[in-house]
Design a protein around this ligand. Structure first.
Ligand code: COA
Length: 177
């Protein structure tokens, strides 16, 4: 396998490559890719958004992460807020860097790329903590997040239109190694 290099990613310019990775890693239909495309382009213009890509020596994008400072007025935050509040965790929505997406192409998984992407992007965050949502099962993603110090802030979180319940997780920054 060729070595992948992690570096800054122009999310708007490479949205189709990023969604192609997400489609095989996470499983997206063509219709879902179309919907996500608009969302990613909107996120790419959000204040404080940052993205990193993992690229092969030939320039093929095989993984990416992006996130932004949490904004309580944003859709994601308004959905998770009542769940966090119920657990006394709503304060996590302030001064937090949100990991919006993290995906590695299946052919390149389990080589440390996912870990490098999320630790590198959070290491340069100004916020003292990070939050994210992940499907509420014992997935590789959940194992990775736990190993980095993320803990469950709420479980069984239902996003309108999403088929599966999610867990919201939070970790102090810098992430634990
Ligand atoms: C989550 C994901 C990005 C991890 O990327 P990756 O490059 O394979 O991860 P790494 O090689 O850096 O592995 C880091 C840790 O993840 C966990 N992990 C990775 N693959 C795993 C697996 N098959 N089973 C259990 N844990 C696993 C381990 O804790 C691992 O740490 P270790 O290597 O010290 O054991 C990748 O599995 C993926 O794209 N999954 C599908 C999309 C997805 O679920 N994204 C997250 C949405 S919230």
């Amino acid at each position: 396998m060729e070595d992948a290099q992690v570096g800054p990613l122009d999310l708007a310019a490479r949205v189709d490559e990023a969604l192609a990775v997400q489609a095989v890693a996470f499983g997206l239909t063509d219709d879902e890719v179309g919907v996500r495309r608009h969302i990613v382009l909107r996120h790419a213009a959000a204040p404080g958004v940052r993205a990193l890509g993992a690229t092969t020596p030939r320039g093929r994008l095989i993984g990416f992460v992006y996130g932004m400072p949490n904004d309580r007025t944003q859709w994601w935050s308004t959905v998770v807020e009542p769940y966090l509040r119920r657990n006394g965790n709503a304060g996590w929505l302030d001064d937090a860097f949100v990991i919006t997406e993290l995906h590695v192409h299946p052919a390149y998984q389990k080589h440390g790329i996912g870990r490098e992407l999320i630790t590198t992007i959070t290491d340069t965050a100004a916020e003292p903590r990070s939050i994210l949502s992940a499907i509420d099962t014992e997935s590789p993603a959940r194992a990775l997040y736990r190993s980095l110090g993320y803990r469950d802030l709420a479980r069984h979180v239902l996003f309108p239109s999403a088929g599966s319940p999610y867990a919201v997780m939070g970790a102090p920054l810098p992430l634990r190694r």
